[in-house]
Design a protein around this ligand. Structure first.
Ligand code: GLU
Length: 490
């Protein structure tokens, strides 16, 4: 490693799925690392024993891989600055806490949880801002040794210097100056040996030689606390970028009640990784006022920490859908074919032996359908009637009851005319010719004939282009559906 290597990290706490906001944090770190030729590091912050869920680590890693964010160092890939899971770095936190103790920059606190809670409640009663009263700072060495000997539990607190101006400059939010007197002697190591977030994150960022920290603005207020650790250990500060909050369309912080917020659910719902990445990049970053579509390559080129907005960004599902539709249309036909075949087989194992048949059909279906779909799951829905028998809903059965048309006559004539087409020439052109013929014979608008046929062969009043759809469904299935619908309304 050279002195100048730029190193960024994404440090998720595995407490659930990969939230869309965390994915954006990861992506901005990744983008910047790629842009400047730096390293992107994945670090798992799993020391919060109560909230930790081991199974979610693989979910987070899978989602990142699915999005195409690769990492240079991490728990699975290793690297020179490991381990990359905080739970495997406990000795390091102990070592640095001990160093701070030895240098008189930290002290042991034997106060019980109950006592601390009482003090806090009392302070708040008189509306006072609560800060630990440094009771244990005045313990003598003998008292400390006696307490340790008798097995009393203790945590370690940082001795925060008074009246020190902690300053840092954030790439998004500008310059900050915080007086250290407003910060209490916070706990760095709990009595169970676990570090607190502000301590472990600062130690790790230092030891892993992180040069740039990009994370959510909810951590802005933690930054001065971390600066105290850097200073106490004589480490330099990284460069800071805090990202604006993501709000739901109702103006509240985006949460589960607003619908899907995890990358896994978007994947499940049939979004393409390109679309999700393009979309999350726009949550807080813009290149100019007008461009919305960016390939990953373009984003790497154009991304810049200075062009991140301060304003909270609004989550806009419609925009995500729009982008997804765009990327579905952009997909090469054979890639789309492959995605759809896999989905169809996943749903119906019998289709495994019919890949060539599916390919042949999809080659005809894709050109007439890809314009109208916005997600792959939406696409799957469109494919169903091409490959499966129709179960008519009550709406479909009663569709024509109030309309003054002789539906049975139309259906019977359609069966007759389509039967006339030779198997080998059952194509769009001949189908159209026959249906126009019926319209003329019955003196009806072709639109009405088409409406009847749509309900009969598709089960709904809206379908992909009708003549093409009939050709793809094929003569046998089309005739079967027409007769079946006739029966269902009898
Ligand atoms: N584990 C922290 C989180 O998930 C990381 C914050 C940071 O990047 O410093 O919020």
């Amino acid at each position: 490693m050279t002195e100048k290597e730029i190193r960024l990290r994404f440090a998720p706490s595995p407490t659930g799925y990969l939230h869309i906001g965390s994915a954006r944090t990861a992506f901005f770190n990744w983008l910047y690392a790629k842009k400047v030729g730096g390293k992107f590091i994945l670090r798992i912050e799993d020391t919060d024993v109560e909230r930790h869920r081991e199974d979610t680590i693989s979910i987070i890693l899978d989602s990142m891989k699915w999005l195409g964010m690769d990492w240079d160092e991490g728990p699975d890939t290793g690297g020179n600055y490991g381990p990359y899971r905080q739970s495997e770095r406990l000795d390091l936190y102990k070592k640095y806490a001990q160093k701070l103790l030895d240098e008189g920059k930290a002290y042991r606190c034997f106060c019980s949880q109950e006592q601390l809670k009482k003090n806090r409640e009392e302070a708040l009663k008189v509306n006072e801002f609560y800060k630990y009263d440094r009771k244990c700072l005045s313990l003598t060495q003998e008292e400390i040794s006696r307490k340790i000997k008798s097995g009393e539990k203790f945590s370690i607190r940082l001795l925060v210097p008074r009246e020190k101006i902690l300053s840092f400059s954030d790439n998004v939010y500008g310059n900050f100056e915080v007086n250290s007197s407003n910060i209490e002697d916070y706990i760095i190591l709990r009595s169970n040996g676990m570090p607190t977030y502000n301590f472990s994150v600062a130690i790790d960022d230092c030891l892993m030689k992180i040069t740039h920290v990009i994370r959510g603005e909810d951590h802005l207020s933690n930054t001065p606390k971390q600066l105290l650790i850097y200073d106490a250990l004589n480490f330099g500060h990284p460069d800071f970028t805090h990202l604006p909050m993501i709000l739901a369309s109702d103006g509240h912080k985006l949460s589960k009640r607003h619908g899907s917020i995890s990358i896994e659910s978007y994947r499940e719902e049939g979004f393409l990784p390109e679309a999700v990445l393009n979309y999350i990049a726009l949550l807080g970053w813009s290149y100019d006022e007008k461009t919305t579509i960016f390939s990953v390559k373009e984003m790497v080129e154009k991304f810049d920490l200075k062009s991140i907005n301060k304003k909270a960004s609004k989550f806009d599902y419609e925009k995500l859908l729009y982008l997804n539709g765009h990327y579905i249309r952009e997909l090469k036909e054979d890639s789309l074919e492959e995605i759809l075949i896999n989905k169809l087989i996943k749903k119906n194992d019998n289709l495994k032996d019919k890949v060539n048949f599916l390919k042949e059909k999809l080659a005809k279906i894709i050109p007439i359908t890809r314009e109208r779909v916005k997600t792959i799951s939406g696409y799957e829905k469109i494919l169903v009637p091409f490959f499966n028998e129709i179960n008519y809903s009550d709406d479909a059965k009663n569709y024509f009851t109030k309309k003054e048309i002789n539906i049975k006559e139309i259906l019977k004539s359609s069966v007759k005319s389509l039967e006339n087409i030779d198997n080998n020439s059952f194509n769009t052109e001949n189908i159209e010719k026959e249906l126009r013929g019926i319209a003329a014979k019955l003196q009806l608008n072709l639109k009405i004939i088409a409406e009847v046929l749509r309900i009969a062969i598709w089960g709904e009043p809206v379908s992909p282009p009708l003549f093409e759809t009939i050709e793809i469904i094929g003569k046998k299935a089309t005739l079967y559906r027409l007769k079946n619908y006739l029966k269902s309304i009898a």
